[in-house]
Design a protein around this ligand. Structure first.
Ligand code: GDD
Ligand code: MG
Length: 685
């Protein structure tokens, strides 16, 4: 996608409110070798960045007696990788709308090979579980969950968390345009990718709201959001000396959040929910009231507003609904916010009286505000709903299992950690295939054992394999030149050198340009025959490596080290290597090529990551899997070093203490190593 460049961000304490940015292009093409980072000009967001976020995102679909045909259209617009959580409050009994929704969802999931869950908001077991976990305030006098889209949303947030997701987005099910639904989910991912903070909210503004049933409806509708925006902006303006109109999405039903933020907010019942989310952010994180959380204050909260291209066409629910169900609650949550100034309150009262929403001497009604979802004991909730999940799962019997929230799970279960080399180890030395190890990768993932790539490959190359295998763990690139950690991976802050895509990068080696300039001196010497990958065309790299053209292009996207070939007899090679050292560079031999670096250190990179994992999870037991000399530093740093066989069915000679040799070339050996790791886990239990 491509989005227009950002305007002036407004700061309200630690909250960064981003002005609305228009989406310019729904698809900005396939991956191109990265050029100079686009910063001021329209910004391009890579497909794989969006896809990576979708895999970690749940889309909550609230539904109350909507036309199932429309619902079906909405489902078809949700990107394939997002987990769908349908929260229904539809009529049951003789006319069982829930049943029709279940059948529609089931048909869709079977045909598209997807899993989803559908839950009825009034399921007594759900109410019981919530009460049991200290969230009884969401129940009404009949001891069932109160009616309302907001209540459905909160349960959606809790379920997204126990299903291990990192992001949650909301999409109404009365939307007539599947392409718009698809676009909303793209916007959410774009919003998250633009944020520098794990605490982020993406809110959408519609460019077009076509009139489908008379002028009045849409006129009013526009007025609701206009009025709500006006008073949220008034609220902000009274806090400083500058008037602002930065908020343009105060009622955005279509919005998404990182779960880390979603868990911290308070929620209004009914349709005041979206405005209250904003007010809750200002109340807790603007610094205008008591500081709620120091870490969040440090990282800041991003509110990203984007404008969509597709028109928003949805079911008409009537004018009364707009005023009484939407406007009154939205203004109520601004009015009753403890930080709201008297001046804003007076204006809101006057507005509601003018619109005849409240009597002349009437009070602005106060809504019930529900406490943050983080007050729910997540572990206990997971345990309780786990029993029901198989029933909620679609298709029936789909393996949707509750687990502890991602961060807690990592903390409790990352007692083991696998570092692995790629070329010749996880990837076959000749075919580059990981097929023989695929089942074992899945088994480790199921056991929640992180798989950390530690290879000479570039960040771009490793991203391809991480994505293909669904691996979201940190990784070490270019032979220990840098450690790359996905932004939300660890629950604490640590120092890093820069950010790239949605990752923190800890640099150990010097940048590529420095390595290259030193190599240039050597290339100029006729007695040394060095060929740098950087000087070859993609086709040439493809030819010497056996990589296909796409991977060869990614292999050329070097950020720190240079891959070289050295020609000549043994003596000439030795002389060249000595010359490389003389100019201050280092090198490793990966079996085919030499990797030349300045300060890169696989051992150091592994140790840095081990420290981060220890901080996150307490003591960890580390396993390293490699195949050649350039893995020695990694193998020496771990508790259990394992080596797989080379293409000749033997093991490279490496000097590593307590080394375990497994049979099997590359990925075949890797599978055996993984079995040993898992057997160890069994014993540990
Ligand atoms: N689970 C659940 N429970 N869903 C509900 C309930 C409920 O009690 N009530 C309504 N829904 C579902 C509807 O089926 C629909 O998919 C969605 O929630 C939104 O409800 P609408 O009644 O269609 O709301 P709207 O179109 O007037 O307002 C929408 O847009 C506003 C502005 O963006 C909503 O998303 C508002 O929340 C939003 O402020
Ligand atoms: Mg609607």
């Amino acid at each position: 996608m491509r989005i227009e460049s950002s305007g002036q961000v407004e700061h309200v304490g630690a909250v960064r409110v981003h002005p609305v940015r228009r989406m310019l292009e729904l698809d900005s093409g396939a991956r191109v070798p990265s050029r100079v980072k686009e910063s001021v000009e329209p910004q391009r967001i890579e497909r794989d960045v969006i896809a990576g976020i979708h895999q970690k995102m749940a889309i909550v679909l609230p539904i109350k007696d909507e036309d199932v045909k429309v619902f079906e259209g909405v489902l078809s617009g949700i990107p394939h990788d997002c987990l769908m959580i349908v929260m229904s409050n539809s009529r049951r009994g003789e006319v069982d709308n829930l049943k029709r929704e279940q059948e529609t969802l089931e048909r869709f999931c079977v045909a598209t090979k997807r899993d989803a869950i559908i839950v009825h908001q009034k399921d007594p077991r759900l109410a019981e579980a919530l009460a049991d976990c200290g969230y009884g305030r969401i129940l009404d006098e009949t001891s069932l969950v109160r009616s309302g889209k907001a209540e459905g949303m909160i349960i959606g947030i809790l379920l997204a968390e126990v299903l291990g997701k990192d992001y949650v987005g909301f999409i109404d099910t009365d939307n007539y345009i599947p392409g718009a639904v698809w676009e909303y989910a793209q916007h959410y991912a774009v919003g998250f990718s633009l944020s520098q903070s794990p605490y982020v909210m993406a809110r959408l503004l519609w460019r077009y709201k076509p009139k489908i049933s008379g002028k009045l409806y849409f006129k009013k509708w526009g007025r609701v959001s206009e009025i709500t925006n006006k008073y949220v902006n008034h609220f902000i303006s009274t806090k400083g000396n500058f008037e602002t109109d930065i908020i343009r999405t105060a009622n955005a039903g279509e919005h998404a959040m990182s779960l880390q933020l979603a868990k911290k907010l308070t929620y209004a019942t009914g349709y005041g929910v979206e405005t209250q989310e904003l007010m809750s952010i200002f109340e807790q994180f603007s610094g205008l009231g008591p500081v709620a959380d120091r870490t969040i204050m440090e990282k800041g909260v991003d509110i990203i507003q984007t404008e969509t291209i597709n028109p928003h066409v949805h079911e008409e629910k009537g004018e009364e609904h707009l005023l009484q169900d939407m406007l009154v609650p939205s203004l109520s949550v601004i009015y009753h916010n403890p930080l709201c100034e008297q001046a804003t309150r007076e204006l809101i009262t006057r507005q509601l009286v003018d619109l005849e929403c409240i009597p002349r001497d009437g009070e602005v009604p106060e809504l019930l505000i529900l406490p943050p979802p983080e007050t729910v004991d997540a572990g206990r909730f997971a345990g309780l709903v786990d029993r029901q999940l198989s029933e909620y799962a679609v298709p029936k019997g789909a393996a949707v299992r509750a687990s502890l929230p991602a961060a807690v799970r990592r903390a409790q279960e990352a007692a083991r950690l696998v570092f692995t080399d790629l070329d010749g180890t996880l990837l076959h030395p000749v075919s580059y295939s990981y097929a023989a190890a695929l089942d074992s990768v899945r088994a480790l993932q199921e056991a929640n054992i992180p798989i950390v790539f530690c290879s000479a490959k570039t960040r771009a190359e490793q991203q391809v394999y991480r994505q293909e295998l669904g691996i979201a763990d940190p990784f070490v690139i270019e032979n220990g030149a840098a450690v790359v950690v996905p932004k939300d991976y660890f629950r604490f802050s640590f120092s890093y050198s820069r950010t790239a895509d949605d990752c923190f990068v800890i640099e150990i080696g010097s940048p590529y340009a420095e390595v290259k300039s030193k190599l240039k001196e050597l290339c100029a010497r006729p007695e040394l025959q060095i060929t740098c990958f950087g000087d070859l065309t993609t086709e040439e790299v493809s030819k010497v490596t056996g990589l296909n053209l796409v991977m060869a292009a990614l292999a050329k996207q070097r950020e720190y080290t240079e891959t070289v070939t050295i020609e000549g007899d043994k003596k000439r090679v030795q002389a060249t290597l000595a010359a490389i050292k003389e100019v201050g560079l280092g090198y490793t031999f990966g079996g085919k090529f030499y990797e030349v670096c300045l300060g890169a250190d696989k051992g150091k990179a592994v140790k840095i990551l081990m420290e981060l994992f220890k901080l996150n999870s307490g003591d960890v037991y580390t396993i390293g899997i490699g195949d050649s000399l350039n893995d020695v530093e990694m193998l020496n740093a771990v508790d259990l070093p394992i080596i797989v066989q080379t293409v000749n069915k033997n093991w490279n000679k490496v000097n590593v203490k307590n080394l375990k040799r497994v049979t099997g070339i590359g990925p075949e050996g890797w599978a055996r190593a993984a079995s040993a790791v898992l057997a160890g886990s069994e014993q540990k239990k």
